[in-house]
Write a new protein. Structure first.
Length: 408
């Protein structure tokens, strides 16, 4: 960005009352000065601007960065007298010599809307002085372009010299709005041709997205990112189209190679590939990682659904137990065999005498009552019990006799 100190010379003569520019030449000139001031300050915040009238040659505002101060002074001016072109340019040059920023370039912007009374010799002499002092000049010729164009063209050409391009003449015929005519002119665009500075009134058509990006920088950044992504997608699509066109021209072999490539891009091919990868997992890995049962939401289940879920869990546990028993039968026998904590059964002694028990009628009656289909009160049962009780008694008598005979 170029650092400049600019003095704007406005025409405040009686010719500015004419209405060939809407609404009048004076008000059209005010809008154009507003455009120029914002253009200079927004291109570089350190640029300075001053304001001088050409009718009575008065400095309305010294070099400043406050655009509001300049516009407030401009709106207080009323048309009066005639234009004094050379005197106003000399005063503007003197103001630029006393600028604070010595590294700033000097520029004078002159609005001419009334006939110039100076001779071409005086204008040529002034132009050579400005060229020597390296002062650039922009002249906006409007209203009286028929009488002023030839003088102003020679004046600007003298300031530029043979190789100079820093000075410009913009002639605006009656009809269009003056500020709109200056939007694309060298007065606003500048020497580097960078275009309209964003945010200027009358330049809405020149914005990249149709609005001032300085008012909403986040939206402007989002739009730029979106445009970059769209441009990238378009480049990718064009690349793919070129690859496919080359593949189709290579013949049958290329077409066979193209088919799986196209199929791989489809969703069905990606789904089949995922299924194949899942089927190729090792069985050991699948066994080592048990599936975790999903716990249902019991609050949302009805009582019947809860009962069915409980029965399903019990069946699955029973089936898993059966499978484990079949897999480890030895484990089942070990688990089912209880520990033997009782005393070992004693073998019956053949010398034991059960005659006393068998001779007990109450014992025999209790045993018979427990037998199914046996009536202890029947005559046959009573006779049998009698014989059983009498037989041990006879045997006892015989035994006693034997013992006595042995003693003798």
């Amino acid at each position: 960005m170029v650092l400049e100190s600019t003095v704007v010379c406005v025409d405040t003569s009686e010719y500015m009352r004419n209405g060939d520019f809407i609404p009048t030449r004076l008000q059209a000139q005010q809008d154009a000065v507003n455009l120029v001031c914002h253009s200079k300050t927004r291109s570089n915040p350190e640029n300075n601007i001053g304001l001088i009238t050409l009718s009575n040659v008065k400095v309305l505002a010294t070099l400043t960065t406050d655009v509001g101060k300049i516009l407030a002074s401009l709106h207080q001016v009323q048309p009066k007298g005639t234009i004094k072109f050379t005197t106003g340019v000399r005063v503007a040059h003197l103001a630029l010599k006393h600028r604070q920023g010595r590294n700033h370039r000097m520029r004078i912007i002159i609005f001419v809307g009334s006939p110039i009374e100076e001779d071409e010799k005086d204008l040529t002499k002034l132009a050579k002085k400005l060229k020597k002092e390296k002062v650039n000049l922009d002249i906006v010729n409007f209203g009286e372009d028929a009488s002023n164009t030839s003088k102003l063209e020679s004046f600007v050409n003298t300031v530029n010299g043979k190789d100079g391009t820093g000075s410009h003449l913009v002639t605006v015929p009656p009809g269009p709005i003056l500020s709109d005519a200056l939007v694309s002119s060298p007065v606003i665009v500048g020497e580097d041709g960078s275009g309209v500075v964003p945010g200027l009134s009358g330049a809405s058509n020149e914005f990249e997205f149709g609005f001032d990006p300085t008012t909403d920088p986040e939206l402007a950044m989002a739009l730029r990112i979106s445009m970059e992504e769209q441009r990238q997608r378009q480049d990718d699509d064009s690349r793919k189209a070129q690859v496919e066109s080359v593949a189709t021209t290579e013949g049958g072999g290329a077409s066979e190679q193209k088919t799986p490539a196209v199929a791989a891009d489809s969703e069905e091919a990606l789904l089949e590939q995922a299924i194949k990868m899942s089927m190729q997992q090792p069985a050991s890995a699948m066994e080592t990682v048990p599936e975790r049962p999903q716990i249902p939401d019991f609050q949302s289940m009805s009582e019947e659904e809860q009962i069915a879920y409980a029965m399903q869990i019990s069946l699955t546990q029973q089936s898993s137990d059966e499978i484990s028993e079949l897999a480890n039968p030895s484990r089942k026998s070990e688990e089912e065999t209880p520990m033997d904590t009782s005393e070992p059964d004693k073998q019956p002694d053949p010398n034991d005498d059960y005659s006393e028990v068998m001779s007990d009628p109450d014992f025999l009656r209790g045993v018979l009552e427990n037998l199914p289909g046996v009536d202890p009160s029947s005559e046959a049962i009573k006779n049998a019990m009698g014989t059983l009780t009498q037989q041990p008694k006879s045997e006892d008598k015989d035994k006693k006799k034997d013992d006595k005979s042995k003693e003798k």
